[in-house]
Design a protein around this ligand. Structure first.
Ligand code: ADP
Length: 316
C-alpha cells in the first residue's frame, strides 16, 4: 500500500539555522502521526515540506505523487494561525470554505461531525475558544480530504476547549481519517497519536508508538514529593531519587510502598508537603532523549535539576 505521506531525508536550512536535519518518516492510511517538539524544533517546516509549500532537500511524496501536483481537494490543512472571518456564523463559515472547492460536503453533516449543530447560527466571534477551533477543524473537513494536516490544533485554547478538540480528533481517528498533527503538548500526542515523532533541533530523535517509546525510554514510575523548607544535604533512603528545586522525585516506587517511602523520607529529615505518583509518560521520554523539557507555552526548558543523588548514584 502506498503511504499517504513518505518523507526521505528531508533537510532545510534558513541561513545558519538548520530547521530540518535529514528527517525520514511515513504516514499510512488511517494513521494518526503526531510530531512533537518545542517551539523551533522544525514541526511547521516539516509540515510545509510535506505539503510542498517550501523547498527542501530530500524527497517527499503525498499519495505517491509530488506534493505540488496533488489535487488540493484531497488535503485538509489547519495552519497554526488560522482565523476565519469573525462576522460569519459557524454555518456560513463552513459554507464559505466549501465554496472554494468544486465539490464539498453538506455543511450540516460537517457541523454534526464537529459537534456544533446547536451553534450553527452563532457568529464565529461569539463562540468559545474550543468551539472556534472546532469550526476551523470543520473547515478542513468540508472537502472530505484524504489527509488532515493539523499544525498545533489546540495551541492557545483553554483546557475545556482542548478537551473538546481532542474528543473530536479522537472520533475522526476512530473513523479512519489519516492525520498528521503537530503539537508541543506531549499529553495531546500521547492521547491522539498512533505513532509519535520526537523532533529536536530539526532532528527526528525517535519515532514509534507512545507505549513503545514510554517502555523503551520512559524509565520507572515517579513519586514526586513537594518539600516544605530546605532539603537535607543527604537523604538516606532505599530508592533512587533526584533532587530538584523544592521537590524530590523518587524512582520505581510501587503504589503499595508509597507510605513506607514517605515514612523513610520523614525519618531522613524531609518535610513532605505534597505527593503525586505517576507512570512515566512522553515528557519523560522527551527529557531522556533530548535532555530538555517542554513547558506549557511550548518553550524548551531546562528541567531545573539542581543535583542528583541516591543509593546507586541516582542514574536516570
Ligand atoms: P516549530 O514549528 O517546531 O516551532 P519551525 O519549523 O517553525 O519550528 O522552525 C524551525 C527553525 O527554523 C527555527 O529555528 C525557526 O526560527 C527557523 N525558521 C522557520 N521558518 C523560518 C523562516 N521563514 N526564516 C528563517 N528561519 C525560519
Amino acid at each position: 500500500m502506498t503511504a499517504v505521506v513518505a518523507a526521505e531525508n528531508v533537510a532545510k536550512r534558513y541561513g545558519e539555522t538548520v530547521a530540518l536535519d535529514g528527517v525520514s518518516l511515513s504516514v499510512d492510511a488511517g494513521e494518526v502521526l503526531g510530531l512533537i517538539g518545542p517551539n523551533g524544533a522544525g514541526k511547521t517546516t516539516l509540515v510545509r515540506a510535506v505539503l510542498g509549500a517550501t523547498d527542501a532537500e530530500g524527497s517527499v511524496a503525498l499519495f505517491g505523487e509530488d506534493p505540488r501536483s496533488v489535487d488540493r481537494s484531497r488535503l485538509g490543512l489547519l495552519p497554526q494561525s488560522f482565523s476565519p472571518p469573525a462576522r460569519l456564523t459557524a454555518h456560513e463559515t463552513l459554507e464559505y470554505y466549501g465554496g472554494l472547492y468544486d465539490e464539498s460536503r453538506r455543511v450540516e453533516a460537517v457541523l454534526e461531525d464537529v459537534g456544533l449543530t446547536d451553534s450553527a447560527d452563532t457568529h464565529y466571534e461569539n463562540l468559545s475558544g474550543g468551539q472556534q477551533r472546532r469550526v476551523c477543524v470543520g473547515a478542513t473537513l468540508i472537502n472530505d480530504p484524504d489527509l488532515l494536516v493539523l499544525d498545533e490544533p489546540t495551541t492557545g485554547i483553554d483546557p475545556a476547549g482542548r478537551r473538546a478538540v481532542w474528543s473530536l480528533l479522537e472520533s475522526l481517528a476512530d473513523g479512519g481519517t489519516t492525520v498528521l498533527l503537530t503539537t508541543h503538548s506531549m499529553a495531546e500526542a500521547q492521547r491522539l497519536a498512533d505513532r509519535v515523532g520526537l523532533l529536536a533541533d530539526g532532528e527526528l530523535v525517535a519515532l514509534s508508538s507512545p507505549s513503545e517509546l514510554i517502555d523503551e525510554y520512559g524509565g520507572q514510575t515517579r513519586l514526586e514529593v513537594g518539600v516544605d523548607g530546605t532539603l537535607p544535604e543527604r537523604i538516606e533512603i532505599d530508592h533512587d531519587y533526584r533532587r530538584y528545586d523544592g521537590r524530590i522525585v523518587v524512582r520505581d516506587v510501587a503504589p503499595v510502598d508509597i507510605g513506607d517511602v514517605v515514612d523513610a523520607l520523614a525519618a531522613a529529615g524531609v518535610a513532605v508537603g505534597s505527593l503525586s505518583w505517576r507512570e512515566p509518560d512522553l515528557e519523560d521520554v522527551y527529557l531522556e532523549l533530548t535532555g530538555r523539557a517542554v513547558d506549557h507555552a511550548g518553550e524548551a526548558v531546562d528541567p531545573g535539576e539542581v543535583a542528583v543523588a541516591g543509593p546507586t548514584g541516582g542514574e536516570r
